[in-house]
Design a protein around this ligand. Structure first.
Ligand code: COA
Length: 320
């Protein structure tokens, strides 16, 4: 027995900003953003929207899609690195909004790898028999942690949430690989406003800093290696994989990973053109879109791959 994704859901803010909308207030262009990243538009949370409200909407849809009753959800794990405060956790606020009174709730922060790390955590709880049904959510309001004056990062991100319900089944997760390397963490940081002293030479308070080229090199090297790890652990080969659902950061990263693996690009679905990089939400949003489009056939093999700040990275092979 393993752990299966029983249903999926996603939620996006109502407001969409195109590349041209951004070029109205920062020195950039649609052409630069499209050619360097593949991004065309992204959704940006309005005042009344939050990581919790988006996460709750995605979670509600995942619960409905899975055919699970609210009372059956025993745990809520919310992967997020851009919530509006330190506590209460996004997971607890999502619980309150959904009215899932019996669930145990906590957040997981592994930045853009967060959904994969949360999925693995849920798998461990399900396999140990502690909990039967778990709601796993990736939810982000990246627009609230980026530096809107830094054109090299603010054009990359978007807001949104994706979710799934997992439970025990004969088919599902076949294998996992997860890694962290804190010694390389300085290439991608988000500093809390209260922790930076003005004028101390550190990156701006409350803002995201990224060495884009270092992160690019890290991603195109580690993601193919990590996919190979999981293939070896599960005794599968690259040609058996039907779809590669990668973290949606940059289409050039995705094309480069496909090329390094010798796998056809058509097996690498992309939606970052529509949503930008939604960090921990990107993999579950894409999974939900594929699921609702009927592109995830029962029994097909799906490789998930995430990478991001920490540094953190990981892959999971699912038999759908
Ligand atoms: N619009 C226009 N010009 C921009 C710009 C923008 N939004 N952002 C940067 N530039 C300029 C730079 O100032 C630089 O100008 P210069 O040559 O006059 O100094 C030029 O474009 C090239 O900048 P560079 O940083 O070398 O670009 P790049 O080709 O490395 O692309 C990224 C930048 C961020 C798109 C790329 O490094 C990347 O995608 N990295 C990975 C980031 C990522 O995915 N992070 C999330 C991981 S979870």
């Amino acid at each position: 027995m393993t752990t299966r994704i029983l249903g999926t859901g996603s939620a996006l803010p109502k407001t969409t900003w195109t590349n041209d909308d951004l070029s109205a207030f920062i020195d950039t262009s649609d052409e630069w953003i499209r050619t360097r990243t593949g991004i065309i538009r992204r959704q940006i949370a309005a005042r009344e929207e939050s990581a919790a409200s988006l996460g709750a909407e995605a979670g509600r849809k995942a619960i409905e899609n899975s055919g699970t009753a609210l009372e059956e959800i025993e745990m809520i794990l919310a992967a997020t690195c851009s919530d509006e405060g330190y506590f209460p956790s996004a997971a607890c606020r999502i619980q309150a909004e959904l009215g899932v009174r019996g669930a145990v709730c906590m957040d997981i922060n592994a930045a853009c790898s967060g959904f994969l790390f949360a999925l693995h955590t849920a798998h461990a709880y399900v396999q140990s028999g502690i909990y039967q049904k778990i709601l796993v959510i990736g939810t982000e309001t990246m627009s609230r942690v980026i530096d809107w004056k830094d054109r090299s990062t603010c054009v990359l991100f978007g807001d949104g949430a994706g979710a799934c319900v997992v439970g025990k089944d004969e088919k599902g997760i076949l294998g996992f690989s997860q890694y962290s390397d804190g010694s390389r963490g300085s290439v991608l940081t988000g500093t809390a406003a209260t922790l930076a002293t003005p004028g101390d030479g550190a990156h701006p308070a409350g803002a995201l800093f990224m060495d884009g080229q270092a992160v690019f090199r890290f991603a195109v090297k580690t993601v193919p290696e990590c996919i190979q790890d999981t293939l070896e652990k599960t005794g599968k080969n690259i040609h058996e994989i039907d779809l590669f659902v990668l973290h949606q950061a940059n289409s050039r990263i995705i094309h480069s990973v496909a090329k390094r693996l010798g796998a056809p690009e058509e097996k690498f679905p992309i939606n970052l053109n529509e949503h930008g990089n939604t960090s921990a939400a990107s993999i579950p949003i894409l999974l939900d879109e594929l699921n609702r489009e009927g592109r995830l056939e029962r029994g097909s093999l799906i490789m998930l791959a995430g990478f991001g700040a920490g540094l953190t990275w990981g892959t999971a092979l699912l038999e759908w």
